[in-house]
Design a binder for this molecule. Sequence first.
Ligand SMILES: Cc1cc2nc3c(=O)[nH]c(=O)nc-3n(C[C@H](O)[C@H](O)[C@H](O)COP(=O)(O)O)c2cc1C
Length: 168
Amino acid sequence: MLKDASPPSCAGSGRARGAGLRSWCGTGGRSRPPVPSSQNWQPWDFILITDHGQLRELARVWRGAGHVAGSAAAIVVIGPAADNEFGRARFDPGQATMTMMLAAADLGIGSCHAGGADLQLAREVLGFPENRDWALIISLGYPAGRPLAPIRVPARRPLAEVVHRGRW
Ligand SMILES: Cc1cc2nc3c(=O)[nH]c(=O)nc-3n(C[C@H](O)[C@H](O)[C@H](O)COP(=O)(O)O)c2cc1C
């Protein structure tokens, strides 16, 4: 659970917090490289939400987005409608998302994805334009009652199963 008290880095002005936000936006904070994208097209926009009423509204865009309601803040990653045959319109915002989540973890801030299924509601709450038709939410906050810690045994497919050498 992401506790909702004291929004973590979004409103902060400290040096570490500033570095985190710069890297979140892919503009290359001093401590991190900028996020790469296909032909450097940077097909992303980010909407930072810290208002609790708006967070609660946003939580209604998808049945798996309940955690957004009680989070301290959320970043909505907005992507383009048009894609190419390599799926870069989803891949590149995915890289930005992962970079932001790692930057958050570095600052002790927990994060979780949520899909943005009800785009009409998302548009009403956030006001992004019609030519953007993809939104994914990252909820953020300090974990309630404990510091952020790595999952000791993450449920992941074993390496030997997912890595193919030379040929499938
Ligand atoms: C593209 C994507 C969409 C996701 N959507 C949701 C979601 O809508 N709601 C949610 O609670 N978690 C969502 N997740 C989080 C995954 O469920 C989570 O990363 C996965 O279960 C692994 O969890 P673990 O790291 O705690 O093992 C999403 C993850 C990804 C990569």
